[in-house]
Design a protein around this ligand. Structure first.
Ligand SMILES: [Fe+2]
Length: 198
């Protein structure tokens, strides 16, 4: 587990063009529903020039675990999208790219830590199939320690408690890319980012 790393912005050549192309191709049902997470098949990206090459700057296409759309609805409450850590059976780092309405300075991903040690019963678990792995933290016992704005691509640590805050009237869309291996961690180290590993 990476302990002292929340996020860093990275360069993904062509990301603004990818955002336009992805948005154009999305069925409206993806973001009209209240659902916040949609897996996209690899075939979805085949017609987007340069996308695969840009992603392969970080890791092998064959080793991709998932590419998914994250939908942040307007005024989405912390009840609907609580402070959480992602599924612990995936590599902890994710590459996130802006897709739509990501230039709004009121929308951000916050990182949190508990104000005191939490009991096991205070950390609950999501209602996904892998419920036992998705941890949800009590908002009133957490304080924000960092945040990022998805104005450009980032690598983020999904095992650090986090959520997306969108107090605006606008929908925001982001793309998250995950690999089965630790290629993002290796990429960060090769590129001079320093963090401890436990
Ligand atoms: Fe997450």
């Amino acid at each position: 587990m990476i302990t002292n790393f929340t996020y860093c912005h990275v360069d993904v050549p062509g990301y603004q063009q990818f955002a336009k192309e992805i948005y154009k191709r999305l069925p409206k049902s993806f973001y009209e529903s209240r659902h916040g997470f949609w897996m996209l098949p690899q075939i979805f990206f085949q017609g987007i020039p340069g996308f695969r090459a840009a992603i392969e700057k970080f890791g092998l296409w064959e080793n991709l675990e998932q590419i998914a759309l994250i939908v942040n609805h307007p005024n989405r409450t912390l009840e609907e999208f609580p402070i959480h850590t992602d599924l612990a059976n995936l590599a902890p780092l994710a590459l996130n790219l802006p897709v739509y309405n990501c230039d709004d300075e009121n929308i951000y991903t916050g990182f949190y830590q508990p104000i005191r040690e939490l009991n096991k019963s205070e950390v609950t678990h999501g209602s996904t199939t892998d419920a036992k792995l998705y941890a949800v933290y009590p908002e009133h016992l957490m304080k924000e320690v960092d945040r990022y704005y998805l104005i450009k691509p980032v690598i983020m640590n999904t095992l650090h408690p986090h959520t997306v805050i969108n107090p605006t009237k606008r929908l925001r869309l982001g793309l998250t890319v995950r690999w089965v291996d630790d290629c993002l961690e290796k990429w960060l180290k090769t590129n001079g980012f320093k963090f401890d590993k436990v």
